[in-house]
Ligand binder design. Structure first.
Ligand SMILES: [Mn+2]
Length: 328
């Protein structure tokens, strides 16, 4: 019988010299949390011991925090994993080596399961990277069904929510796999928990930040610009999602100036302007950026920002130039 991807991954991990750490991208979001939990369950089931999920940087959004508790996700900050070292292996989930959104821990990254843009083999001994899929949760859900493992209710629910969030309720970059997995997970899930998570997406503090940010919105044709004061990364994307839903606005550039530089988040529902192309253009020669056709993120370090020109002018100028080129 042909080996499944999970079989191959398990065969590899059985040779791990010490611990195996599952590592999602920094500031894990619902898709990253759900996929990590799913992989943790499958690997434990297949006898991989000394297994843990570690992440870097704070989990910011209330729904992500609620998930940890609700689904009993055994996830700890990497800084608290006292035994983590160079002899340990890592399986990257919803992330790839070399991306700006993941900290390079001392572990040897032997595997990557992801749906972001392909960033090269990076020495992985197992990789399953499918940029055409809208969520990593759908890829992980397929590991269950492909191996005839029925996900327990809480895991099915977490994965369903991961698909929900990363595809914006199946309207953003959803592939056939997302839809099929959504359908199969649905009957195994506890919808009341999804309803509860949906009721925990914004905190009162977030609301204040949103209110302040929405006052800064400027619109140029299909482009919307939004500036956040917050240092909270995930709010940037979430606020962008709201502005992109404004009638006539199809591309949103949300940004926040932090001490060390500028965080950027782009959303696009317009086929002519891909979010990943736009972010690369915005950060060209001054920063890093990447992501999906519909959602992308980037960073420009402070030292690369020109003192003479305001950040707002710089970003607007570049975004409009790119837009007009594409639109022409
Ligand atoms: Mn994801």
């Amino acid at each position: 019988m042909n080996k499944t991807k999970l079989d191959i991954l398990v065969d590899l991990l059985k040779d791990a010299p010490d611990e195996v750490f599952i590592q999602p991208h920094n500031v894990p979001d619902p898709d990253a949390i759900a996929s990590s939990l799913g992989i943790y369950y499958l690997l434990s089931l297949r006898g991989i011991q000394k297994l843990a999920i570690v992440y870097d940087q704070e989990i910011e959004k209330t729904n992500s925090l609620r998930m940890l508790d609700m689904f009993k996700v055994p996830m700890i900050p990497a800084s608290q994993a006292s035994t983590l070292g160079t002899e340990d292996w890592a399986v990257l989930v919803d992330a790839q080596k070399g991306n700006a959104n993941i900290t390079d821990l001392p572990t040897d990254e032997v595997a990557a399961i992801d749906h972001h843009e392909y960033r090269g083999t990076n020495g992985y001994r197992f990789e399953d990277i499918r940029p055409e899929v809208g969520s990593c949760s759908a890829i992980v859900a397929e590991y269950f069904f492909e191996n005839n493992v029925e996900p327990p209710k809480i895991i099915a629910t977490a994965l369903l929510y991961g698909i929900f969030m990363d595809t914006d309720n199946l309207t953003r970059g959803a592939s056939d796999l997302d839809i099929n997995m959504f359908y199969r997970l649905y009957s195994l899930s506890d919808i009341d928990l999804i309803v509860e998570l949906k009721g925990n997406e914004i905190s009162v503090k977030d609301l204040e930040l949103y209110a302040e940010a929405f006052k800064t919105v400027e619109i140029y044709d299909e482009l919307g610009f939004l500036r956040l004061r917050s240092v909270n990364d995930s709010l940037l994307g979430a606020a962008g999602d709201i502005v992109v839903s404004v009638s006539g606005v199809n591309i949103v550039i949300a940004y926040a100036q932090k001490e060390n530089g500028v965080k950027l988040s782009v959303r696009s529902t317009c086929n002519k302007v891909k979010a990943n192309d736009l972010i690369r253009y915005l950060t060209m020669d001054c920063g890093v950026g990447g992501g999906h056709d519909n959602m992308a993120g980037g960073f420009i370090p402070s030292e690369n920002l020109s003192g003479s020109r305001s950040l707002d002018t710089f970003l607007k100028h570049r975004a409009i130039a790119f837009y007009e080129k594409r639109d022409g």
